[in-house]
Design a protein around this ligand. Sequence first.
Ligand code: GLN
Length: 309
Amino acid sequence: MVQQLVDAAHQCFAGVGEGEVADYIPALAAANPDHFGICIAASDGQLVAAGQAEQPFSIQSISKPFLFALICQAIGEDSAKEKLGVNSTGLPFNSVLAVERSGEGLSNPMVNAGAIAATSLAPGDSAEAKWAFIEAGFSRFAGRPLEIDATVYASERVTNQSNVGIATLLSAQERLWFDPEISTDLYTRQCSLSITTRDLALMAATLGNGGRQPVSGDQVVDPVICQHVLAVMVTAGLYETSGDWLYDTGLPGKSGVSGGMITVIPGKGGLATFSPPLDGAGNSVRGQLTAQYLSERLGLNLFASRPAT
Ligand code: GLN
């Protein structure tokens, strides 16, 4: 039944022509707007897929929940909350205002400022030590060694001045725990990790499975960490349209500018989609339609409410 619904969603939305492929990172503009992959990973590791679920692309902002999970595990979830902030920003992913508004340099780990600050907290006292921690953690979530997409990394590296600006501002507010340029570079590297829709489904399923990777059985982070990560995904996973998303799906989600999206179904699994055309907030158009379609038909909305029998 799940396979039939996934196939039906693919058929239903493959023809949707709305949205624009991101081009502010020049290498992303080369994405094929017709690529469309869907994959569901159940908590027991079963996979159901349709379309280009094996097409590699850069993880971009979908790295944020996994990075936050790794940092919470490393420094403790209370310390992570206090250092990064967890409130909804209601603002675009690259907003400087999100940092300034709290007055203390806090934002949310699902937007660039909070994610760059989180990156600076990675254990290790050199860029390479921090990178080794990040790369190993992401690979454990995926259940296979992940590598950087060198073309995307090189392209973003020379065009990420606004992220360097955000890191410098955070540093001035004593909300960055490492060098601003190196922290931004590490963040850019992690955004350039190459993954597939299938990888993302398993990574999302790990967050929905108390931190245990469904296929490898690896306990990547503690269950309580996942609970906090899912909460921040709800507050800002789709940035300023996180409310619309929650209203439509009733599930924690996270998008990225390369067109990927994850949706976590706690206790059941993870849904991932890949379709590069984005709406004005930077969220995949077909990804959102697919998540809403499947949430409704599979009865996944966490807020479902019915009279007691
Ligand atoms: N690397 C991208 C950036 O910092 C990630 C943004 C995104 O996916 N929304 O701009």
